[in-house]
Structures are given as C-alpha cells and as structure tokens.
Ligand binder design. Structure first.
Ligand code: KG4
Ligand code: ZN
Length: 347
C-alpha cells in the first residue's frame, strides 16, 4: 500500500510518498519520495523558530512540494494519508492538518494522525537495517525532547526517563548562542568542537549518577554561561591575535560542552541496556545527526554485544518519511489520534 505523509510540526515542511507492507512485528518500508524544505534561513535572524513565520512558510511550501510530487508522479495513487498531529508548534501543525484534510477529500482516501516522536523512534526503519532484537532501548534526542524508552516490541514500550528541563538539542542551540554561533546550534557546535579539546573545561554532568533515567541540561548550559562570563574571549590579547585566540577558546568550550552532554546521554543509555538486558539500541531525533554521539554509542554498544540502530543522516532531522512510518504503524495497530493539533502530545 502507498502512503502520503505530511510533516509541519516545526521548521521543516515535509511531504513523502512511501510504499509499505508487512505487519507491526515486521514492518517493511520503501521511501519513494522524501521532499523536505527547510525554513532555517528564515528563522536564523531571530535565533530560533518563530511560530507564525513557520506557519506562513508551511502554507506557502505545502502546495509547492505537493506540486513537485505530482510532477514526478503524474498518475499519483495512494491508499492513505497521514499527518503529524503533535507534538510541535500548534499553528504549524494546523497547516499540515488542514492541507492533509483537503487532500484526503480530493483523493477520497482515509486520513490518520501521526505522532512526531513515534516518527523519530521508527526512523531507523527508513534505512537498511538488520532485524531488530528486543528488548531494546531507544534514545530520542531532538530540539524539543530527550526521552529514553524501553521497548518490548515495535509497539509496546515504557518511558524510562526524560529531560526535566531543556532538551538536548535545545542545550546545543542555547550554548551556540552564547558562543555567537547561528541557529540551529547543534551542527555549529559539533563543527567547532572538532577543533577543540573536550577535556579543557570540566563542565558538570547533570544527573549522571542519579538512580533514574531522567536528564537535565539547563544546569550545564548555565555553567557554560558562567564560564563565558568569567573568561571574556578577547581579554589581554593584541588585536591581531584576538580572532584566532577567540576561536580557539570557543572551540574548547564547544568541545567540553559536547563531551559533557554526550557523557550523560551515552552513559545513561548504556546503563539502561545493562539493567534491562537490551539487545538493541535505537538512536533518533535531530541530535542523532551528531557524529560524535553516533560514534560513541556505536562503540559502547559494540563493547557489550548490543546492536546499534540509527537512521541515515537524511532521516535524523524532521522529514515526511518518518511520519509515514509512524502513520503506518498506527494504522496497523488501529491506533487513531484525533485529527487536531496537540502541541504537547507525548509518546
Ligand atoms: O528532530 P529535530 O529536527 O526537530 C525537533 O523535533 O526538535 O531536531 C532539531 C535539533 C536542534 O536543536 C538542532 O540543534 C539539533 O537537533 N541538531 C544537532 C545536530 N544537528 C541538529 N545537535 C547536535 N549535533 C548535531 N550535529
Ligand atoms: Zn523532530
């Protein structure tokens, strides 16, 4: 069966066409098209996503993307439409929902809602992977969420923990702002960190040793703020050396911050693997695009004989294809979300 999937929860407009088959125990997915338009340049001057600008851009981009899809597939036929209903920015979510509703009417096909976080969770299915062994631990790390799940099957899971304040991606974005780097901060911090010493500054590892699976990143961000305040970049430097000294100092801060954040993410995930005897780890969400995080989790899971599943880079950031998989899984499970925007929806 063929599915059209629509994603507009944040600053990416996505429309995908998927061919899906199989059961909820063994789903099979083939991505035919995954069209994504990013709004990053629009939001960048504001240092973050502006909901009403996002809404305006989605309204403009949805018909453009669908037009592109029709151009590539003039005889387009599909059996189901799925759209993100939450979590996300409500004005942005409504644009996708309204567009999906009119498509469903025009093509006479059913429409079902999809959970954006389930989209991230299942995104590894979009890349070629081995079969999944359960129990599994899933780490979802995005701009809005940091969640650790224990899965007994593709469709049965328990939340082990989540962030109590900032999400991991949010912390990357905020620290980037402290270092005068543009939005979104994650890729900028990662790039700068490569030139720095991860052990230069001993930033805290919040909640690392707490006997639970929750996270906290706001204190880490505040430590970076104090460090930057107490160590002005251009102090005691001649004008000529300011630029390179500043860059070196910022690189050390970026590398040390990233090391602290990854220490907590990786160590808590591995602790969960050990406690629950997990046989696989799935990593997803925008922060999963971080190569250092992928490499470390791959290494640590390998050490203990656990499979590591992560989607290709193109499926880490928000996209329509992952929503197609989430929608298909909901369809198989007969799980029906109300077709209305729910900004604070949980997994
Ligand atoms: O999943 P996503 O596209 O949107 C949400 O659902 O939130 O994630 C976006 C987040 C942003 O905070 C961004 O800074 C972060 O993912 N991110 C990264 C990297 N690439 C994107 N964080 C760390 N390292 C990266 N390479
Ligand atoms: Zn996302």
């Amino acid at each position: 069966m063929k599915i059209i999937a629509i994603e507009t929860s944040c600053d990416e407009t996505g429309i995908a066409l998927l061919e899906v088959s199989g059961t909820a125990r063994a789903p099979r997915v083939r991505v035919i098209e995954n069209l994504v338009t990013t709004q990053i340049p629009i939001h960048r001057p504001f240092g973050g996503v502006v909901p009403n600008l996002a809404k305006r851009e989605h309204l403009k981009n949805l018909p453009i993307l669908f037009g592109r899809l029709l151009k590539k597939h003039p005889q387009l036929k599909f059996n189901l439409i799925t759209v993100t209903v939450g979590p996300g920015l409500e004005p942005a979510l409504w644009t996708g929902i309204t567009f999906a509703q009119s498509l469903a009417k025009e093509y006479g096909v059913p429409l079902i809602g999809a959970n954006h976080l389930e989209g991230h969770l299942y995104s590894f299915l979009l890349s070629k992977q081995k079969t999944v062994s359960f129990p599994a631990i899933a780490l979802i790390v995005s701009g809005g969420h940091t969640i650790l799940l224990k899965l007994d099957s593709f469709t049965k899971w328990k939340r082990l923990g989540e962030t109590r304040d900032d999400a991991a991606g949010e912390a990357f974005d905020k620290v980037a702002r402290l270092l005068d780097l543009p939005y979104p901060g994650g890729p900028e911090i990662e790039r700068l960190a490569r030139a720095g010493n991860p052990h230069a500054i001993a930033f805290p590892r919040p909640m690392l040793h707490d006997k639970n699976y929750d996270f906290s990143f706001s204190g880490l961000k505040t430590s970076v703020l104090y460090y930057v305040r107490d160590h002005p970049f251009s102090k005691n430097k001649t004008a000529a050396s300011v630029a390179s000294a500043t860059r070196a100092a910022k690189a050390d801060i970026a590398a040390s911050f990233q090391e602290a954040a990854l220490d907590v993410l990786v160590q808590k995930t591995i602790r969960a693997v050990r406690e629950f005897g997990a046989r696989s780890v799935m990593l997803s969400g925008g922060v999963a695009a971080n190569k250092a995080l992928r490499v470390r989790l791959a290494r640590e899971t390998k050490k203990i004989g656990c499979a590591f599943l992560v989607p290709n880079f193109k499926y880490n950031l928000d996209n329509g294809a992952m929503i197609g998989v989430a929608g298909y899984m909901s369809y198989l499970r007969k799980k029906r979300y109300k077709i209305e925007a729910r900004g604070d929806m949980e997994i």
